[in-house]
Design a binder for this molecule. Structure first.
Ligand code: ZN
Length: 215
């Protein structure tokens, strides 16, 4: 098999889980990106863990402040902007300079992910929206995601995988998954493919329309 894979981890960092993810990545000298829920950063021990993520060369992005109702279904500009802005402020210097934002929406890609107000705010403030190719239901089927992801790696030349560094047990399968991918000859990279960034440093592409609510 050939191709590239970009690893992304959402909804953490989580004490007792993210350390193991970081160890597995460090042992294999692999880079990744972590999308953080902003309100979580104020809990004890979380910021220290986010700082370790950053110190080990991984990228951090914004995954809303509360991970509540998807931004395309809020209908309140101030709330939507707050979800983005508060998290970015809380991340501070830990955030990637390209201001990565990943909308939440239970894995499915569609118009529920962003409102027009949220998309406008992200564009005006130079954000990069980071999507995913492979959502493998790891929060719901923690023992099945790795094989599911491996079976889907040939879907495109360059895939972005999303899994979640939360306490489901799913991350116990990460070392085996990584070794299998590397043995298969797939390159694990930190960069993002163009198709995964419908908004890049504030510049929208046509694909952005696919994830914005139609009025
Ligand atoms: Zn999420």
């Amino acid at each position: 098999m050939t191709g590239r894979l970009t690893l992304t981890f959402d909804n953490g960092p989580t004490p007792g889980v993210t350390e193991g993810v970081l160890d597995a990545l460090r042992e294999r000298d692999l880079p990744a990106t972590f999308f953080v829920v902003g309100s979580w950063l104020d809990s004890p021990g979380i910021r220290e863990l986010a700082e370790r993520v950053h110190a080990e060369g991984h990228w951090l992005g914004n995954h809303t402040y509360t991970h509540g109702v998807p931004l395309g279904r809020r209908g309140d500009r101030a709330v939507e902007v707050g979800e983005i802005a508060l998290t970015q402020e809380s991340l501070g210097d830990l955030a990637h300079p390209d201001k990565f934002f990943r909308p939440n929406g239970a894995g499915s890609v569609g118009h529920h992910l962003l409102s027009q107000d949220a998309a406008d705010y992200l564009a005006e403030n130079g954000f990069t929206v980071v999507m995913w190719d492979l959502y493998v239901r790891d929060p719901h089927e923690p023992d099945l995601w790795a094989d599911r992801a491996l079976a889907r790696l040939d879907e495109r030349e360059w895939n972005v995988l999303v899994t979640h560094d939360v306490p489901t047990g799913a991350m116990d399968h990460l070392p085996r998954f990584l070794d299998t991918v590397l043995d298969a000859g797939i390159e694990i990279v930190q960069e993002l493919p163009e198709h995964a960034t419908p908004l890049l440093r504030g510049q929208p592409t046509a694909a952005l329309n696919d994830i914005v609510t139609t009025a």
